[in-house]
Design a protein. Structure first.
Length: 371
């Protein structure tokens, strides 16, 4: 595990930062695809897609470089959904001919895709094929029925990847947006747009099977990706806060000279750096670690990256009155961090899982206690 970025990754970071900074508007919380279009211009839409399907075949560590810059710029484009989440789910499931077509379309920029993983492990969507399994062909017509909550970027995507149950198996299916039988309802959201999809006899395309273990691994990849985005947002707000403490003066001195402010800044820095270590380990684990280690890295990161929201709360406190105004971007960073905290489950759920893993891994030593 390398704790430092390579020269190529540093160059990638600088290119993405310049690109996103050129189109950034931190005072505007509306969603648009400008950031994604710019990244596609950098040929990053297929960063995680294999070269055989038109992509770059890069690693999750490479994607993490881009994700951190997206969070730093508060970019609202669908790069995480289309270029990270969907390719990772397909890669974990295994690339079929049908899935390869979708990956190629994502890589060349002809489609933007998204996926709703909320409740995917116990899917409420069921698939119905025209013919029973012995005579079934991958191109046979199939319809989907059910609902999916918390789909990011469905308002600007053209393809929805769905995990649905058919019989006792789980499969991957795509639904075109818009299409008959698929209704999308905008949900209240602090930051990134979320939709709920209701499918009723919606025509779909079958991509292939996915096991519960593969689905779990893909979900872990997405948890790591969202934490990386959150890290970028927290780091950017911390940098803004430090600049403010050096220029804001009270009692004829910068407020950075006051010990109370220094302690608050150190607390912010500590939270960010602890999370950064978890992010680097999680990205490395997504590429190379076995499933158990990868899963533990992901749930630990999900649980502890939730503390990044306290960075935004502290920053608003340091900014004082201006930090509470709509004109200042601090509230947007807070909204971004809070939204990632709640995404794919509350951190308490993952803390309980971590506790269970720790208690089951401890082997008792010494003689058994007396009755």
């Amino acid at each position: 595990m390398n704790l430092e970025l390579t020269p190529e990754q540093l160059a990638l970071r600088d290119s993405v930062r310049r690109c996103l900074k050129a189109g950034a508007d931190l005072s505007n919380s509306t969603s648009d695809a400008r950031g994604h279009d710019s990244l596609a211009g950098l040929d990053l839409a297929g960063l995680l897609i294999p070269e055989s399907h038109g992509g770059a075949g890069a690693s999750m560590v490479d994607a993490g470089v881009v994700l951190e810059e997206i969070g730093r710029a508060l970019d609202s484009g669908p790069w995480l959904s289309s270029s990270v989440a969907v390719p990772r789910v397909i890669a974990r499931a295994g690339v079929t001919d049908s899935a390869a077509t979708l990956l190629t379309a994502i890589a060349n920029g002809s489609t933007t895709a998204t996926i709703g993983l909320s409740g995917a492990h116990e899917p409420t969507v069921r698939a119905t094929f025209d013919r029973p399994e012995p005579a079934r062909h991958p191109d046979d017509p199939v319809t989907l029925d059910g609902s999916i909550a918390e789909i990011p970027d469905a308002d600007i995507a053209q393809t929805l990847l769905v995990v649905a149950r058919h019989g006792t198996n789980l499969g991957l299916f795509t639904v075109e947006i818009p299409t008959a039988g698929a209704e999308f309802e905008q949900l209240p959201s602090l930051s990134r747009p979320l939709c709920r999809a209701t499918l009723y006899n919606a025509p779909a395309r079958y991509l292939g099977e996915i096991t519960t273990e593969s689905l779990s691994a893909a979900t872990d990849d997405i948890l790591i990706a969202t934490a990386t985005d959150a890290l970028g947002a927290a780091q950017a707000l911390f940098d803004l806060t430090i600049d403010h403490t050096r220029t804001r003066r009270q009692f004829d001195r910068p407020i950075a000279a006051f010990q109370a402010v220094q302690h608050l800044c150190v607390d912010m820095y500590e939270t960010i750096e602890l999370t950064r270590g978890g992010v680097l380990h999680g990205l490395w684990a997504a590429d190379t670690a076995p499933h158990t280690d990868h899963h533990l890295a992901a749930i630990r990161l999900k649980a502890f990256s939730a503390e990044l929201a306290t960075v935004a709360e502290t920053a608003i406190q340091i900014f004082g009155g201006i930090g509470y105004t709509w004109e200042h971007p601090a509230h947007r960073y807070l909204e971004r961090l809070l939204s990632w905290t709640a995404f794919l489950g509350h951190p308490d759920r993952y803390l309980r899982e971590i506790g269970h893993e720790l208690t089951t891994s401890i082997e008792p030593t010494g003689p058994p206690p007396h009755p």
